[in-house]
Write a protein that binds this ligand. Sequence first.
Ligand code: MLT
Length: 263
Amino acid sequence: MTIANVNGGQIAYADAGSGKDVVLLLHAFPLNRGMWSRLVTALEKRHRVISIDYRGFGRSGLTSEPLTMELVAQDVRAVLAHLRVERASVAGLSMGGYVALELYRQAPGLFRGLALCDTKAGNDTPEGAAGRETFAKNAIEKGLRWVTDAMLPKLLKPQPDAAAVAEVRSLIGQATPAGVAAAQRGMAKRPDSTPTLATISCPTLVVVGEQDALTPPAESEKMAKAVKGAKLTRIPGAGHLANLENPEAFNQAVSGFVDALPA
Ligand code: MLT
């Protein structure tokens, strides 16, 4: 893990594997790049794999501003510029998907391919945005234990495996209450990315856990239809964090997609 002092922040990243083909991994809320450990292991034999912690998560520095998708995408571009990376295939899960769509608006030429995993293109309803503000206040007042208990049932399938519960508890425990609040406030401000879908011209894969209740398969079907040529893969036995609940199927889908991308 390395810290880059870029874009006015301290952004932690890992740069694994080697080669010309870069894969960029964007994590879910309120986790960090550690959620990708198994996928990194699967990909690093053939690709250079860069994973980034957003401000307030993992080892990155804090932010007091709302963590907007614009800011995260700028941070990501600054890390890539620091590493002299000009092209990458990008996989984002949930909030990582929101960031990936903003990154596509800012830098479409970056993309060799795009994997939108357990995410959606639409923005929040006014009630949804208000709920995020309440969550942000609770996170600051009540701490990460409260955040973990509030998020776990949404992130995992009903009756989740104990190992997945323990892994998610540990990953959320590495966040900060200020980072959680900033991310909720930033997600509440995100624009509707639906119009962006029709502009995507790189190969695109949409992936969803069959039991994802937070960004349900119906959202993924809509996204896959709206992106020209996109393929949709459903992951059995998995909820929202499909990469943690069925890593074999998830990693096979994403690495198969990345391996097959044209140079
Ligand atoms: C995530 O998994 O990244 C978030 O739960 C997404 C969201 O809150 O919209």
